[in-house]
Design a protein around this ligand. Structure first.
Ligand code: PEP
Ligand code: MG
Length: 758
């Protein structure tokens, strides 16, 4: 009987260990290694290529090719089959390599007589640092097991290549100019804010010392034990977080826990142990595979879940290496008082490992606003800049760093000028915050005595306490899509009821306007395959989806009715384009109310139903609409994009048109007039409501209800309290018919001249 693949690789690993532990130079050891692999895999050729300066793969050792080619043959990443393996970080097995379009013939190697080829990347820290290749004269079909064996061997070789004995370690990291000079790096804002501190490289990696094991059974038992300990420590961590938070955090952590229990992941580690690796080497192998896979997955949801998986692998590694420890990755004692964490990516629990009082910011090479760590950071009020290219190689530990997440940029080793400017900014912000906090209980009333309702936009349970902090009058827009986006499946009626009840409990009796599911366009649900649409902002989104999938809307409405039993319920439908859509959606709500009564449920004390106005066509049906709704809220973000036919997500045209322009202001004024005449309450909940100057213009037009994110309440209230409306209204009457691109500057001058606080 032929020996199994795992027996082959165990035997090979045992021999490799002897060679590695033996004497001689690193080059001599590498020469012996390729000889050994060729013999063990019954191949005529085994070659090892090493990455130089991040871009060239140099032949470093070979058994079977001409020795004179060693250190002579070089392939750029992407060039030839070796370069392709290096570029894609994926194995390649070909029975007839020479017919492959990427085959690059190198006469100095004498490889023309070899037909089949199998190669695997040598990976370290998520980067390809070399390629290991085996070749045969015959047209051999390499089996999956042989590829796996070679991958395991490549992992052992990664230690040798990265040891610094073969090539200078610096060559393995991409070099980027002079590390001493100040540097500005661009990324994207994942969580707003400004933080100043020193870089702390988040280094979850444990250096695995022992790779090859004697007895797989012992290793399997160690793995099992570490998995158990990890589960217990996760349970403890989740309990502690539950006390502090609740709601969506639990969703995040539960999705995470699901991955920790993933059978496929455990099976892959067990398999790696069977092939001869120690438990920690097996975890690391799966970890490296995950990192590489992550670079290749384009689906954002899947990428984020892979981050979670990687985080768990790391945690497990800590449990194995520090047997008996709690697996935490950073001791608080080591963490500076003003740490800015820098990493490629981070799982949610890794962030929770740090003392949040010492965190000033987070910098990620990867990242999207919906990734779990970003959601948590937002709740913890930590500024995050994501997608900073090569952050890890360009920032050094303890570099002073300014995280300007508001503008999606970083200043590394900033000059004193920059540091002073941002320090002044942070200080001024703190002073402003204190002023706003002092205004918390003062009414939002203009100097002429007109009171204005300031409401909050919210989307997470943790946003609700901001009602208390800011003194806002209620929640004018509760975006309900977040729990739908962070879960792997649709939340059921029970889960939704529980969440909506908690929101109402936490609001302390202040009104909360729940907007029904508004997904599609940029807000994608992982479990609904959206068809590729050329123009998703105008596509199958929002109410169009939920009217086409009425069960989803009915379940949400059922949960809202249940949560609202005995108290006020405010429901708002998004993206309504015609009255008929509103009538349809409202009929579903009525059905749910009837159903609730029929089953003996207590009705809400008051039901108010409204619509967002963000599609211009709806404004053309206002008389028919206003007799049917209790309130209207203008979604100026979407309204603006449809009014000007300017995609709100397209950076190229993001500043092209202004909300403070005659057409937009005229359109808004016309809506306020009709709503006033019909006695229907009107608010505006787009971003402009939260900007003091824009909010001033809205008051001049006639708005009396504005809904905004929590940090805007203070600045807008200060503006309201310094304003006299009569003069503003007169002044604005002169603006509507102007041919100007924007009247922003005119309004700013008006504010300055009239002592309006902006
Ligand atoms: C809007 O469009 O202005 C709005 C408030 O909704 P969203 O930003 O969630 O689309
Ligand atoms: Mg909208």
């Amino acid at each position: 009987m032929l020996p199994s693949a795992s027996t082959i690789s165990r035997r090979l690993l045992g021999r490799l260990r002897d060679v590695m532990a033996g004497g001689g130079t690193a080059q001599e050891r590498l020469d012996n290694v390729v000889k050994l692999i060729a013999a063990d895999m019954v191949a005529e050729v085994c070659s090892c290529y090493v990455m130089r300066a991040g871009e060239v793969l140099e032949l470093f050792a070979t058994e079977g090719l001409l020795k004179s080619a060693v250190h002579e043959t070089r392939l750029r990443v992407g060039e030839g089959l070796v370069g392709i393996i290096g570029a894609h970080a994926r194995p390649l097995a070909l029975a007839d390599a020479q017919t492959h379009p990427s085959f690059a013939y190198r006469p100095e190697t004498g490889e023309e007589i070899f037909h089949s080829l199998v190669g695997v990347p040598i990976i370290r820290g998520g980067r390809v640092i070399g390629v290991l290749v085996v070749q045969n004269k015959s047209q051999r079909q390499y089996t999956e097991e042989e590829v796996e064996t070679l991958e395991t061997v490549a992992m052992v070789l990664a230690e040798l290549v990265s040891s610094g004995e073969l090539i200078n370690r610096d060559e393995l990291a991409p070099i980027d100019g002079n590390a001493i000079l100040p540097m500005r790096l661009e990324g994207v804002r994942l969580t707003a804010g400004i933080g100043i501190g020193v870089a702390v490289m988040h280094q979850p990696r444990v250096v695995v010392q022992k790779l090859v094991a004697e007895d797989p059974e012992v290793e399997l038992a160690r793995l099992k034990d570490a998995l158990n300990r990890m589960r217990h420590s996760l349970d403890r961590m989740f309990e502690a977080q539950d006390l502090a938070f609740g709601g969506e955090h639990r969703d995040v952590l539960e999705t995470y826990r699901m991955f920790a229990e993933d059978a496929g992941w455990r099976a892959r580690m067990a398999e790696a142990i069977q092939s001869g690796l120690t438990a920690e080497a097996a975890v690391q192998k799966v970890h490296e595979d995950t990192r590489v896979r992550m670079g290749q997955v384009s689906d954002p949801y899947l990428r984020e879940r892979l981050h979670d998986l990687e985080d768990i692998a790391n945690r497990l590694l800590h449990h194995l290496v520090r047997a008996g420890g709690d697996g935490s990755t950073m001791l608080d004692a080591e963490l500076p008082e003003n740490a800015v964490l820098v990493c490629r990516t981070m799982g949610p629990t890794e962030l929770l490992d740090y003392d949040r009082r010492r965190l000033r910011g987070l910098v990620l090479e990867d990242g999207s606003p919906t990734m779990h760590v970003a959601i948590l950071a937002r709740a913890l009020d930590i500024p995050v800049v994501g997608r900073v290219k090569d952050a890890l190689s360009r920032i050094e530990a303890f570099d002073p760093i300014v995280v300007d997440a508001d503008s999606g940029q970083l200043f590394v080793r900033p000059s004193d000028d920059i540091l002073d400017a941002f320090a002044a900014n942070v200080e001024a912000r703190a002073v402003r915050m204190a002023t706003y906090a002092a205004m918390r209980d003062l009414p939002a009333t203009t100097r002429c005595g007109q009171s204005v309702r300031l409401l909050l936009n919210a989307g997470l349970l943790v946003d609700v306490p901001q009602l208390e902090v800011t003194g806002a009058d209620g929640i004018g827009l509760y975006r309900t899509e977040m729990p739908f986006m962070t879960r792997p499946h649709l939340p059921d009626v029970q889960a939704q009821t529980a969440l909506y009840s908690k929101i109402l409990d936490a609001s302390g009796g202040k009104p909360v306007v729940f907007r029904t599911l508004d997904v599609g366009s940029d807000k994608l649900l992982p479990y609904w395959n959206s068809a590729d649409e050329d123009n998703p902002a105008m596509g199958w989104r929002s109410i169009r989806i939920t009217l086409d999938r009425p069960a989803v809307l009915r379940h949400q409405l059922r949960a809202l009715v249940r949560a609202g039993a005995g108290r006020e319920l405010h429901v708002m439908f998004p993206m309504v384009a015609e009255v008929a859509e509103f009538i349809h959606a409202r009929a579903l709500l009525d059905m749910e109310l009837e159903r609730h009564v029929a089953s003996g449920g207590v009705l809400p004390s008051l039901v108010r139903v409204g619509t967002m106005l963000e599609v211009p066509a709806l404004a053309m049906q206002l008389p028919a609409l206003l007799s049917r709704v209790d309130f209207v809220s203008i979604g100026s973000n979407d309204l603006m994009q449809f009014l000007f036919a300017a995609d709100r997500g397209n950076m190229r045209i993001s500043d092209r048109y202004d909300v403070l322009s005659p057409p937009m202001l005229t359109f808004l004024r016309w809506i306020t007039r009709l709503c006033d005449e019909a006695g229907v309450s009107l608010s505006l909940c787009g971003e402009m409501a939260g900007r003091p100057l824009d909010a001033m213009a809205l008051l001049g037009i006639g708005f009396r209800n504005l809904s905004m994110s929590a940090p805007s309440v203070g600045p807008v209230k200060a503006m309201v309290r310094s304003l006299s409306l009569a003069r503003l209204e007169d002044y604005m009457a002169s603006l509507y018919d102007l041919p100007d691109h924007s009247v922003r500057e005119r309004l700013r001058i008006f504010a300055l001249d009239h002592g309006v606080q902006l």
